[in-house]
Design a protein around this ligand. Structure first.
Ligand code: FMN
Length: 465
């Protein structure tokens, strides 16, 4: 195709093209390409104006490769964005890139352009692209916007609705889903201002992946703030861009997650090592499958999953009360590591170190939330699923627990110190039912969650048949 400079067309023709492109939801360049493609297939005697051109942007969107707009913010993790571009393109995503001014201090537009296969977009006031309001085109002409790394600064601007550079103008002008991959120093991430901005962005329906815990690029720094790895981001992109059936639409799913804290006195408590990662991943997978989700979480430090109601509790009794209030539900999944015991009478004041020696803590049993819900006469969820965290005889103990509690399934996992399950990102589980034990291979907690939700959807469908 001969090269064409749209800028050089006369004003009236440009205006016509702009209107036509806007009506078809395309960029001016894409509109010209469409016209040329169509004209190449018409009989020479037919004029373009008399043809009904492909004017169905929705159908166009379904058939063409998915488009990702990557915005690179100014953080050290920007170097990983080059790999991210490569991985996205490997998987067939058309990938355009916007770089903030600060990002250009960390990686060059030349490297980005070379990896992306087209130049990076840098400037809101670029005369070469803004003749047809290029930032609006960038904002709309994609299926998903990924911001990686999402700096504290970019998130603050996005939360406040700023639009003073190309990245923020595009983010404000888009109606496409946005996925942020934050990366920053752990203290920046923990800062109250960042916490407020993250909460606002989540409330605005913006999704986050990471940040992960680990070593920072800066020497001697570690904590929560590492950007999610490129392959994790690509997986999140694929999840969002692959049209999937939502088999749990119309169902209410309750998920409990995390540990409980049982007070000893106002400053001390009994807890366990549960991170909440598996329970939160299950809640996220249920929401992605279309369920209305109520996540009842003990104290955790991981991010809230989007698109669900989250109820925060501390103790087992608070968790039980929250579950009772959240019922009725179609499915209840009890993934929380609820403390079996609490202190019989927690001190109202801080217990003092005294001459009488160490205090004797009498323990009493906590309510059994799983058994209570599984044995409800009225309003029992169709599926009640418990978790068994075991350090030995994993399957046998889970079978005994299934019989004792009268729930439908037990998801059993080995939480011995060597397994690394408590607090880790992967899990090896056995799904124990009255008829069978299904042992799944080791997988990420996200993958275990997706598989469990798929199995739940199958079971509900089978009950309906
Ligand atoms: C060496 C260096 C590393 C930085 N790393 C980060 C980072 O990882 N995350 C972050 O939020 N800000 C980081 N900053 C600060 C941002 O670059 C700064 O806030 C900038 O204004 C962000 O601009 P942008 O959000 O428009 O890209 C870093 C700054 C410097 C000098």
């Amino acid at each position: 195709m001969a090269s064409l400079t749209i800028r050089k067309l006369d004003e009236a023709l440009k205006q016509q093209l702009r209107l036509r492109a806007a009506a078809n939801g395309r960029s001016v360049e894409d509109e010209v390409r469409t016209i040329l493609r169509a004209s190449a297939t018409v009989e020479p005697t037919q004029g373009i104006a008399s043809r009904s051109l492909d004017a169905d942007p929705a159908r166009d969107r379904e058939t063409r490769p998915k488009r990702v707009l990557l915005i690179i913010g100014g953080g050290i993790a920007a170097y990983k964005s080059l790999d991210l571009i490569r991985r996205l393109r490997e998987r067939g995503y058309d990938t355009r890139v916007v770089m903030t001014k600060a990002a250009q201090q960390f990686v060059t537009p030349l490297s980005v352009g070379a990896v992306a296969g087209e130049h990076a977009h840098l400037d809101l006031f670029d005369p070469a692209t803004e003749f047809d309001v290029g930032h609006i085109r960038l904002a709309r002409d994609c299926d998903l916007i990924v911001v990686a790394p999402a700096t504290a600064d970019l998130m603050a601007k996005l939360a406040q609705g700023h639009a003073d550079d190309l990245a923020t103008a595009v983010l404000l002008a888009t109606d496409r889903p946005i996925l942020l991959a934050p990366a920053m120093n752990p203290l920046m991430w923990a800062n109250a201002a960042t916490r407020r901005n993250v909460a606002q962005l989540r409330a605005d329906g913006i999704a986050l992946i990471g940040p992960n815990a680990g070593e920072m690029a800066e020497a001697r720094e570690a904590g929560i703030g590492r950007m999610a790895e490129p392959l994790e981001i690509v997986a999140a992109v694929t999840t969002r861009l692959t049209p999937r059936a939502q088999p749990l639409t119309g169902t209410h799913v309750i998920v409990t997650s995390g540990p409980t804290h049982e007070p000893i006195d106002p400053v001390r408590y009994i807890a366990n090592r549960s991170s909440g990662k598996q329970g939160h991943a299950i809640a996220a997978a249920a929401a992605q499958a279309g369920a209305k989700v109520t996540l009842i979480s003990g104290p955790v430090t991981i991010p809230d999953p989007p698109h669900m109601t989250i109820i925060r509790v501390e103790s087992a009794r608070e968790m039980r009360d929250a579950v009772e209030r959240a019922l009725p539900a179609d499915v209840a999944i009890f993934a929380a590591a609820v403390a079996d015991w609490r202190v019989a009478s927690a001190g109202v004041q801080k217990i003092k170190k005294g001459i009488a020696g160490a205090p004797q803590l009498a323990l009493v049993e906590n309510p059994d939330i799983l058994a209570t819900v599984a044995q409800r006469i009225n309003g029992r969820p169709q599926l009640v699923i418990g978790f068994a965290a075991e350090t030995e005889n994993v399957v046998a103990n889970a079978q005994a627990k299934l019989a004792r509690k009268h729930c439908d399934w037990i998801v059993a996992n080995d939480v011995s110190a060597e397994s690394g399950v408590m607090g880790g990102d992967s899990n090896t589980v056995h799904v124990v039912t009255n008829d069978a034990v299904d042992s799944w291979p080791p997988a990420s907690k996200d993958e275990v969650a997706r598989r469990l939700i798929a199995r739940i959807a199958d079971a509900l469908a089978a009950q309906e048949e």
